[in-house]
Design a protein around this ligand. Structure first.
Ligand code: HAM
Length: 413
């Protein structure tokens, strides 16, 4: 669980505001859910025999003896909230959320116990058009951030529950005949969650899987059609993708479309965004049947990627535009008021005022990192006059009106 220090938070704000712009462009509305939910919500949605529920949840009893869990993801909470407030029945909804999620995983680069997701969930739309929309939305975000060339879209269809059950049987029959070649984890999953074996990183298991039955051959007609419509929209939009027949995802609620955006620039934790369709979940949690599709991106991973590729615009890291300081004693209150006048004149100008001792003030102001520095003193007739420093170029002896004009001009430029 990490602190996000002041030096780092401008990068978070940059990412969040870029995501915000893109989500607005698609007409999505923000929803904010609590960080804690009843434990059963996650067990019933993510699945009892998934890694998350089996070993990664932060679960505790409250003072009433009720079992609560720090949310490990946002989809279940979003469905719970939307259903509880009557936002689903007979409606089409496009929501987004952001915030911390909690999983007791082995921490490593790109994998933390408290991490942050920005997620999108849509409800009431069962067609491939909305699947395409959420993928286009994410692609637009990568483009805005300069990441489009560094991420790859992996796509698969899990088909209907029936098709998947039939495939599961075929896979188990095949793998049971080759148990000796399975790694320990896969052996354990053979009974509990055999589809997850497709995700195994073990080389011997992977080789074995080359000869295993393939999910796409078991797809029902409707899912096949849905997938082919989706890929054709993506083709028309010029979005490149790889069909990965082994992509199954680690949460149980998916059906039909699943996808992940992955990068090879971050090492083992290369999935920056992942999601898919979950048409059965609302009903499973007590609502009426409601088709749904969504995704969530990992904010820490996106920031790591932006930093690795040096894609964070330089100005993002500047905490302020102008540093204002007095050059001589006794002017402090005037400086505070002058800075506020500057804020009135230039809406959005970020001004930091030097408070405290004036020793080496010129040096301190220049080391503040601000692109503009204003040093102020008083003229003989008690008017403020100042020197503006911009990229080591001083302009001396400006009257107050001239200071305001110069700073406004720099700021607008
Ligand atoms: P997920 O694949 O479990 O899906 O997580 C989505 C993303 O969150 C991952 O691709 C990754 O970027 C990030 N992430 C997950 N675990 C960690 C971690 N321990 N540390 C850092 N980042 C992490 C879900 O959570 C689904 N709710 C996505 C979804 C929404 N599907 C439909 N709607």
């Amino acid at each position: 669980m990490n602190d996000i220090l002041p030096e780092q938070s401008p990068v978070w704000q940059y990412l969040e505001s870029t995501v915000n712009d893109v989500l607005s462009a698609y007409g999505y509305s923000e929803i904010r859910m609590p960080i804690v939910e009843q434990t059963n919500l996650f067990k019933r949605s993510i699945g009892e025999v998934t890694d998350i529920v089996e070993k990664e949840m932060y679960t505790f009893d409250d003072r009433n003896g009720e079992s609560l869990t720090l949310r490990p993801e946002g989809t279940a909470s979003c469905v719970r909230a939307a259903e509880e407030h009557g936002l689903l029945f007979n409606q089409m909804q496009r929501f987004w959320y952001q915030g911390p999620m909690f999983r007791y995983e082995r921490p490593q680069k790109g994998r933390y116990r408290q991490f942050h997701q920005i997620g999108v969930e849509t409800f009431g739309m069962g067609g491939s058009d909305i699947d395409a929309e959420v993928i286009l939305l994410s692609a637009r975000l990568w483009k805005r951030l300069g990441l489009l060339d560094s991420v790859t879209l992996q796509l698969n269809s899990l088909g209907s529950n029936e098709a998947r059950a039939e495939y599961k049987d075929a896979l188990v029959t095949f793998l049971s005949a080759h148990k000796a070649q399975l790694d320990e984890d896969s052996l354990r999953r053979l009974d509990s969650n055999p589809l997850r074996i497709l995700d195994s990183k073990d080389p011997q298991t992977q080789t074995l899987l080359n000869d295993a039955p393939v999910l796409s051959e078991y797809l029902d007609e409707e899912s096949r059609q849905h997938f082919s419509e989706l890929t054709s929209i993506l083709d028309s939009a010029g979005i490149a993708y790889e069909v990965n027949p082994r992509l199954v995802r680690g949460l149980d609620y998916y059906c039909k479309t699943v996808f992940e955006w992955v990068t090879d620039k971050l090492g083992a934790q290369g999935t920056v965004c992942a999601g898919g369709r979950y048409d059965g979940l609302v009903k499973q949690l007590g609502g009426r049947p409601t088709p749904a599709v969504g995704f969530a991106m990992g904010v820490e991973r996106l920031i790591l990627l932006l930093e690795t590729l040096e894609l964070i615009p330089e100005k993002v890291r500047l905490p302020f535009d102008l540093y204002v300081a007095a050059e001589e004693k006794g002017l402090q209150s005037k400086i505070v008021l002058l800075a506020d006048r500057l804020r009135d004149e230039c809406e959005g100008l970020r001004v930091r005022v030097h408070c405290g001792g004036l020793k080496n003030i010129k040096q301190k102001a220049q080391q503040s990192g601000a692109p503009l520095v204003l040093l102020v003193k008083e003229s003989d007739n008690q008017q403020l006059c100042g020197t503006i420093w911009h990229q080591d170029e001083p302009v001396f002896d400006l009257t107050e009106a001239q200071m305001l004009a110069a700073i406004t001009e720099y700021y607008r430029a």
